[in-house]
Design a protein around this ligand. Sequence first.
Ligand code: DSN
Length: 479
Amino acid sequence: MSQVNAELNSAYKTILNVIGGIEPRIAEATRQELADQRASLKLIASENYASLPVLATMGTWFSDKYAEGTVGHRFYAGCQNVDTVESVAAEHARNLFGAEYAYVQPHSGIDANLVAYWAILANRIESPALEQLGAKTVNDLTEQDWETLRKTFGEQRVMGMALDAGGHLTHGFRHNISGKMFHQRSYGTDPETGLIDYDKLRRDAKEFKPLILIAGYSAYPRRVNFATMREIADEVGAVLMVDMAHFAGLVAGKIFQGDENPIAHADVVTTTTHKSLRGPRGGMVLSTKEFAADIDRGCPMVLGGPLSHMMAAKAVALAEAQTADFQTYAQNVADNAQSLAEGFLKRGGKLVTGGTDNHLVLLDVTTFGLTGRQAESALLDAGVVTNRNSIPQDPNGAWYTSGVRLGTPALTTRGFTGEDFDRVAELIVDVLENTTPVTASTGKPGKAKYTLADGVADRTKQAANELLNNHPLYPGLEL
Ligand code: DSN
């Protein structure tokens, strides 16, 4: 992470002092959050550290402006500067990803997916349905017509990756609105290899005939062949939607190319902007021209007024992501994940799929006799921040789980090398080997409680500090 200029560092100090004069607890929590982030090994695969210019861009008066609508077509007066912000962010998104169309308003990943679902429904169903109902626009529809339309929409099907195979809640999981909107069938992974079985997926898709085939994941440690997904979608007449939230940085950095580049193959691509892409918290939808008009109806169909300060920060982050430095960063993220995986494998760790070729690894902690929850908590006690995660066919269910997911985007931003990640694997194995599950009162092995052997937390924190001090976070920033 490069040194940010001294003026920005001193501006942050001043701002925190001013905030402290109004609500000291918030100023203190903000200072403490930076101290905590600086002092821990952040391995949550979906987190990163945005640059200070990106963070600073979020804190401006664009926050105060309403701008529902789209560029040049707003429901409020005085949006000329918001128009500039949204146009610049969309232009950067199109250029960076080579997309025909970019919509930068979504506030989060789930918002982006909802906008995409609505746009696909509208594009593929609404027009013919309207015609059938003798209506020109949705405004002409009667209550009865809406009932008919609701039934038509309600009969639609999506096919996405199963949650325990690494898929995401918003891809049709029953406790998410996507699972209420659509009939869903999930595709899993091969029980032996842990990899997506494209032949089975094809057979299932032919039987289920989804309107939308969703590719993308939040805990699958491998690349996806989007060219094959496209073929399958075409064979069954589905729209191909890719949720690249986790790996957008690897697409932006040209690590995923050819068959692995979602933009080249999908109709609609959604993403968040704050994970491997290293921007502000938020979402985006990219698409072919065919879906642009329907995606533009995201606000007010799904979204409230756009967060213009966040769109501005997206523009800054997307400009950063077009630099050679970002390409190097993305390559390092992938290389470091390899080093982390090898670090576990050579110390007897078991990884779902046997390794990684993206930015994350999924460590099966049953070999240490632990649940994911025990492993996550013991690691946190030792200053290692991870998250527990289901593994395929997880015997411990989605709450306790049997895995820990670890990603390289954040620590790579700090400048961690492959050697550092090997040391991180060593520290994690040491913690897990020294963690003992506590038997539950029923006499059965407990799923939540554990003990960590004396001295392990301290020696891990000390070793982690050495690594962290070699790669300071926001060097020069003192609050
Ligand atoms: N919460 C994100 C993650 O951790 O993967 C996905 O929404």
